[in-house]
Design a binder for this molecule. Structure first.
Ligand SMILES: [Zn+2]
Ligand SMILES: [Zn+2]
Length: 493
């Protein structure tokens, strides 16, 4: 077997084992050899090791390894952050002395930027308060998102912090605090990723992905140049590599490449490291962009996964949160009916009548459904829980709504622009339509650079209507989507 075939087989085997280790638990793979192998990796092998260690050292080695692993992954200390910094800094120390004199002016400017930005975003995401829920911050955080009556319910208090839990918040066991729109606790930044630092975390991912890809490209071109000094016909792209009219064999191509790597071990090894890590960083970035596209967080994605399992077992039920409001408009479109406009005095009065607590938020859509699970698979009593009417069994995620998904661009704005007032225009139009000041409720917080009420006052009413219709078109909630990668990402970062 040739060297290349052996390497390819090795890579395939590692990729297959990684796939089994992380995805073998998926319901779709139940009763397949993949699930069986997954059990071998996570259950059988650890128990063999435990048994062997029990005989050898009375279990001391595994206990120490367990404590160390738990401390590294779940303790609040900068070990992984320092490792990340050492990887960045060490790579640059090895790579730059040999590479810098050989770089063009453009690549020197680009390289300096690519090197500096990950440090900047790492510092910003690590030192920022991710959105700790405190008594002082609570009113503002409660005004960000409504409860969706599926993943987040009003009236819940964190047992540790003793404070009400705003919608989309989660208690971080590592940091010992509740964090607003918690995504996950990231050991690389030694901080939670939440409402106030998610944008820095995404920019850290983007800048690191660009650095590794750019560095790998520059490194490969330098290694190629080294090889071509010995064999001018050598090319990075094997099909074009021919020596004296004869195509180069794969082993010869690889041998020459290895020689090029060894010419400057610093450049060569860091280039290989960047080639291997770049797809991981791009994958992680792609995953987080996908979560934004879905209008969800890593934490919520896992909660939706749990709902998916409940639904598959027939234990999930939904019903309307509020009775249908009598509308003067003839037959509103069902799609628009999915979301009720906030600030409407009629909707607020209806909510109050059926005992649904209503907090004004800046979010442009509000809950219309209640989702519950039962232990025995039978629908709950009509009188139990919030909502009105009969309970309807739901089998699929597509039968319910994700209140926090406004569409990709609005979801992106929500991540990158803190306190973005999604509801300003609609609220003003409500005032026009209903001849009522919205019950004297306070305005959602303003933000420079976005539509303000004074902008609206100067615009014509027709223009406002058109703009409102355009925005409403965007603001339809979507079906929830889950990602099998959520648990992997949560474990890895
Ligand atoms: Zn808490
Ligand atoms: Zn945390």
């Amino acid at each position: 077997m040739g060297v290349i075939a052996q390497i390819a087989l090795g890579v395939l085997a590692i990729a297959f084992m990684t796939f089994i280790a992380f995805f073998g638990r998926l319901p779709a793979l139940r009763h397949t050899p993949v699930a069986w192998l997954h059990r071998v990796i996570w259950v059988a092998i650890p128990s063999w090791i435990l048994t062997a260690d029990g005989r050898l050292s009375g279990g001391r080695i595994t206990a120490w390894a367990g404590r160390t692993g738990h401390f590294v992954l779940y303790g609040r200390h900068p070990t992984v952050l320092i490792f990340f910094l050492a990887l960045l800094g060490g790579g640059e120390v090895l790579f730059l002395p040999g590479a810098w004199p050989r770089l063009s002016a453009v690549n020197r400017v680009g390289g300096a930027l690519a090197i500096a930005l990950p440090y900047l975003f790492l510092w910003l995401s690590a030192r920022a308060d991710p959105g700790t829920v405190t008594a002082a911050s609570l009113p503002r955080q409660l005004a960000h998102y409504p409860y969706d009556y599926a993943l987040f319910h009003p009236g819940q208090t964190c047992r540790t912090c003793g404070l009400p839990k705003p919608a989309r918040s989660k208690h971080c066991g590592v940091c010992g605090r509740c964090v607003h729109r918690m995504d996950h606790h990231c050991v690389f930044i030694n901080n939670c990723v939440g409402y106030h630092n998610q944008r820095w975390f995404l920019l850290l991912l983007l800048s690191t992905a660009v650095l590794t890809a750019y560095g790998a490209a520059v490194g490969l071109s330098l290694v190629s140049a080294s090889v071509r000094q010995r064999r001018p016909a050598w090319s990075l792209w094997k099909p074009a590599a021919a020596v004296a009219g004869k195509p180069l064999s794969w082993p010869d191509w690889l041998l020459l490449f290895t020689v090029g790597v060894q010419d400057d071990v610093g450049i060569g090894s860091v280039t290989l490291l960047m080639l291997m890590t770049s797809p991981l960083v791009w994958g992680l970035l792609g995953y987080h962009v996908y979560l934004i596209y879905c209008g969800t967080t890593t934490n919520e994605s896992m909660k939706w996964q749990d709902w998916q399992a409940e639904m598959a077992e027939g234990c999930a039920f939904k019903r309307a949160l509020l009775p249908p409001s009598p509308s003067p408009a003839p037959s509103p479109a069902p799609a628009d009916d999915r979301q009720r406009r906030r600030g409407s005095p009629r909707a607020t009065a209806t909510a109050a009548a059926v005992g649904v607590p209503r907090t004004r938020t800046r979010w442009p859509v509000e809950p219309v459904q209640v989702l519950v699970r039962t232990e025995n698979g039978r629908p709950p009593a009509v009188t139990s829980g919030p909502g009105v009417g009969d309970w309807e069994r739901v089998w699929k995620l597509r039968d319910v709504e994700n209140l926090y998904d406004l569409g990709f661009w609005d979801n992106l704005i929500d991540v990158f622009v803190p306190d973005y007032p999604f509801r300003d225009e609609e609220e003003d139009d409500d005032d026009d339509d209903d001849d009522d000041g919205g019950g004297g409720a306070e305005k959602p917080m303003g933000k420079p650079g976005t539509m303000t009420s004074s902008d609206l006052e100067t615009g014509s009413k027709n223009k406002r209507k058109t703009r409102r219709n355009m925005r409403i078109k965007v603001k339809k909630t979507r079906k929830p989507k889950t990602s099998a990668a959520a648990s992997l990402v949560n474990a890895a970062t």
